[in-house]
Design a protein around this ligand. Structure first.
Ligand SMILES: *[C@@H]1O[C@H](CO)[C@@H](O)[C@H](O)[C@H]1NC(C)=O
Ligand SMILES: *[C@@H]1O[C@H](CO)[C@@H](O)[C@H](O)[C@H]1NC(C)=O
Ligand SMILES: *[C@@H]1O[C@H](CO)[C@@H](O)[C@H](O)[C@H]1NC(C)=O
Ligand SMILES: *[C@@H]1O[C@H](CO)[C@@H](O)[C@H](O)[C@H]1NC(C)=O
Ligand SMILES: *[C@@H]1O[C@H](CO)[C@@H](O)[C@H](O)[C@H]1NC(C)=O
Length: 338
């Protein structure tokens, strides 16, 4: 059964012609690894490649799914065979970011993909969990443009932004699993006094883009924002902590359901978490001003929930990367994963 599956995938990988895919000799190696008990880093990477290759050939049925698996696409549950990604994705891989947790058998991946258009690429990101070399959980998101999550988006800049994160300096001081777990626990905690040192070069992105916020009045900074660890951060007492803990590269992935409001912002809109009360208040002040000036075409402020898979990278005793990856749903939503 397994070897049939593996040879099918191996030939499929080449039929798909995805540049990401592994050379024939390493496929044989990974195939034999897969037949063993454990799923090491290469085995986990291979499974992620399989997920991406299966999307490109529009066939999830080649994947090694567990008898019962959990899966969501853009926050809602569905069988893989009904998911949009397996219908629309025409080019995917290799992942630009790949965090692997061999202790839990989980991985997080993110990349830009084509859904048929080279000019309007989408961003695919997700989390996979594997038990006995079978996929038990698959949580995927496709962000197609800015409104899917609230503001920032760059499929074009994602590959180069993420490339740097995948090769941290060799002489770095790695964080322990316990330290990465503590960071994840503090991220959306309602009460945490954890103080986190932020590296001067910490890379802050939202959906592939180094965030440049010119302010509601379009008169503020034009350089990318740096990371911060604010005390008024969004909270979620049911946050899913330590989903993927990659001790080698220093990544930790946390999920929170963040309640907020989508406000008109310049001539577009922005999702502002409820925890950022001063930002919401400033937006109300601005909105009253522009309304008074008779400006037309403003989105009504509307409640929303941002399902967040936040990726942090931590080494040298400092935060090196902060990625706020959001997909929005209606107000007061909870997660299918709780
Ligand atoms: C690592 O090497 C770089 C470049 O040689 C050096 O600037 C840095 O201080 C070193 N970092 C540590 C933690 O040793
Ligand atoms: C943080 O809070 C814990 C428990 O509330 C307390 O024991 C600890 O001393 C506090 N640490 C700091 C740095 O305030
Ligand atoms: C931007 O403009 C607003 C409104 O005129 C003003 O209150 C604010 O101080 C300005 N910010 C900067 C950085 O100039
Ligand atoms: C609206 O924003 C877009 C993107 O920043 C810009 O290209 C366009 O000129 C703006 N339109 C108006 C009327 O301000
Ligand atoms: C969402 O929950 C908040 C807090 O309980 C409540 O104030 C708000 O009215 C709710 N929104 C909707 C649309 O039900």
């Amino acid at each position: 059964m397994k070897s049939l599956f593996l040879s099918t995938v191996a030939s499929l990988v080449f039929a798909a012609g995805a540049s990401s895919m592994l050379a024939a000799s390493s496929i044989d190696q990974h195939a034999s690894d897969l037949l063993k008990g454990d799923c090491d880093r290469e085995c986990m990477a291979f499974i992620v490649d399989q997920v991406l290759a299966s999307m490109v050939v529009h066939n999830p049925y080649i994947l090694p799914m567990a008898a019962i698996y959990q899966a969501t696409e853009n926050s809602h549950p569905a069988a893989l065979g009904m998911m949009t990604a397996w219908r629309t994705v025409t080019e995917a891989g290799p992942p630009s970011l790949l965090a692997i947790d061999t202790t839990q058998g989980s991985a997080y991946f993110a990349l830009d993909v084509s859904e048929g258009s080279d000019t309007e690429r989408s961003i695919l990101r997700g989390r996979v969990k594997v038990v006995n070399q079978e996929i038990t959980e698959l949580e995927v998101f496709i962000n197609r443009y800015r409104g899917d999550h609230g503001f920032s988006f760059s499929a074009a800049e994602l590959p180069s932004n993420y490339e740097a994160l995948m090769s941290p300096p060799d002489n770095r001081t790695k964080a322990s699993r316990a330290a990465l777990t503590a960071l994840s626990e503090a991220l959306f905690a309602t009460s945490s006094n954890m103080s986190v040192r932020v590296d001067a070069n910490c890379q802050f992105t939202e959906i592939g883009w180094k965030v440049i916020d010119t302010g509601t009045y379009n008169n503020e900074t034009t350089t990318p924002l740096s990371c911060s660890w604010p005390s008024d951060h969004p909270t979620d007492e049911n946050a899913r902590v330590g989903l993927v803990i990659d001790e080698k590269l220093g990544f930790v992935v946390t999920s929170g359901m963040i309640q907020g409001k989508v406000y008109p912002y310049q001539n577009v809109s922005a999702f502002i978490p409820d925890a950022m009360t001063s930002s919401q208040e400033a937006q109300n002040v601005w909105l009253n001003e522009v309304k008074a000036r008779g400006v037309k075409g403003l989105l009504a402020p509307t409640e929303a929930t941002g399902e967040t898979l936040e990726v942090l990278q931590y080494y040298n005793d400092a935060l090196q990367t902060m990625q706020i990856n959001v997909y929005m749903s209606g107000p007061n939503m909870t997660s299918a994963w709780l």
